[in-house]
Design a protein around this ligand. Structure first.
Ligand code: WQD
Length: 348
């Protein structure tokens, strides 16, 4: 099967690409490198070569806002009689704070980009799609764990773009319920790295997210960790999130492909998380105990766009996809650190 993986050189995309290639899928990656490095692909090739795996990967550097680029990918695939069977769409912007400062950029890339992709898929009669949605769409959670039928009420433009995209899927599917096969996967907090350490999380600039910031403090690239609030309504006052190992998340995508292949048509919204909630202080303590280090931190005021608690009810993923996360928080810390210590400056 041939998969078009948009955003395939990013943190999540690269881990999905590696698992797809190991599983024998033919992968075409489209990436603008806005928040990733072209070096990722060399790392993936080296890893697969070292493991004597035969694989087919093609990389196109381009922006999903340019519909001609997407058109050409599909056209070329038909010319080479290697049609694209399914699209995994990850290309998009994902910083809550950045979306608050530059909302139109988020609507442009995330929503217009997805519209371009859907229009092209329709033109070339490719109707299978796995999409990178986000738990951010739930906003302020009335109750945890959060299930898929929880109220959708994003509190930032990033979350609003994901809601808008899911609404596109809803209208598209209902326009012809015997055609489209769509899984919209609502990620909680993907963290860690491939156990080999050849790929991992390497945010451009100063990390927005907790985990890469933590590993950069541990390796000495950051002086200390700012804890955004110790006055939340949680057991220790710091924010609670659902940290899922990036390989568990990637395996959830392969399970989604198998699910779509088993259906005539479908539209499903599915949480992908560990199902456990951990506070910032618990993450710091676990990381220190897993790695054997001290993480200096300073308490700061709450960050705009944050919520107190957000962790997943993953029973639908278990039931529908037969998928469950397998890796522990300790494994997350060990794999994340293994990547960071082997790549002190990421891919650069
Ligand atoms: C986690 C916790 C912070 C950084 C992110 C992305 C969003 C989505 C989910 C994909 C919170 C605290 C953080 C720091 C801190 N991803 N924190 N100091 O906010 O849950 O959302 O992942 O859809 O795109 O924004 O993750 O890692 O930023 O924060 O104290 O330096 O850590 O307040 O409680 P978040 P995060």
């Amino acid at each position: 099967m041939r998969v078009l993986l948009t955003g395939g050189s990013g943190f999540i995309g690269s881990h999905i690409a590696l698992l797809l290639l190991e599983r024998g899928f033919d992968v075409v990656i489209l990436d603008s490198y806005a928040n990733s490095s072209p070096n990722v692909i060399n790392r993936i090739n080296t890893y697969l070569d070292k493991n004597d795996l035969r694989y087919k990967i093609e990389i196109i550097n381009g922006d999903i806002r340019d519909k001609k680029i997407i058109d050409n990918i599909f056209l070329e695939s038909i010319k080479q009689s290697k049609n694209i069977d399914i699209v995994i769409h990850l290309a998009g912007l994902k910083s809550v704070s950045e979306s608050l400062n530059n909302p139109l950029h988020y609507w442009d890339v995330n929503v217009l980009g997805t519209l371009n992709l859907l229009l092209t898929m329709k033109e070339y009669e490719c109707y299978s799609l796995v999409f990178s949605s986000s738990a951010t769409i739930y906003g302020l959670s009335d109750s945890v764990p959060i299930s898929e039928d929880h109220k959708i009420s994003p509190i930032n433009p990033y979350g609003e773009t994901k809601v808008a995209i899911e609404k596109m899927f809803f209208d598209l599917y209902n326009s012809n319920t015997n055609l489209w096969k769509i899984c919209s996967l609502r990620y909680f907090n993907p963290v860690g790295a491939h156990p080999s350490g050849v790929i991992g999380e390497d945010p451009v600039g100063t990390p927005n997210n907790l985990f890469p910031f933590l590993t950069q403090v541990a390796i000495g690239r950051q002086k200390l960790l700012n804890v955004f609030g110790d006055d939340w309504d949680t057991k220790d006052g710091s924010g609670i999130r659902d940290y899922i190992h990036i390989i568990d998340l990637a395996e959830g995508h392969l399970a989604s492909i198998d699910y779509l292949n088993s259906k005539e048509s479908c539209l499903e919204f599915i949480n992908l998380g560990s199902g456990n909630g951990y506070s910032v202080f618990q993450i710091i303590t676990q990381f220190e105990s897993s790695i054997g280090c001290q993480i200096p931190f300073s308490i700061q005021s709450r960050r705009e766009g944050d919520v107190a608690k957000c962790y997943a009810d993953i029973s639908k993923a278990k039931k529908l996809l037969g998928w469950t996360p397998k890796r522990t928080l300790d494994q997350i810390c060990l794999d994340g650190w293994n990547w960071q210590i082997k790549n002190p400056n990421g891919y650069r």
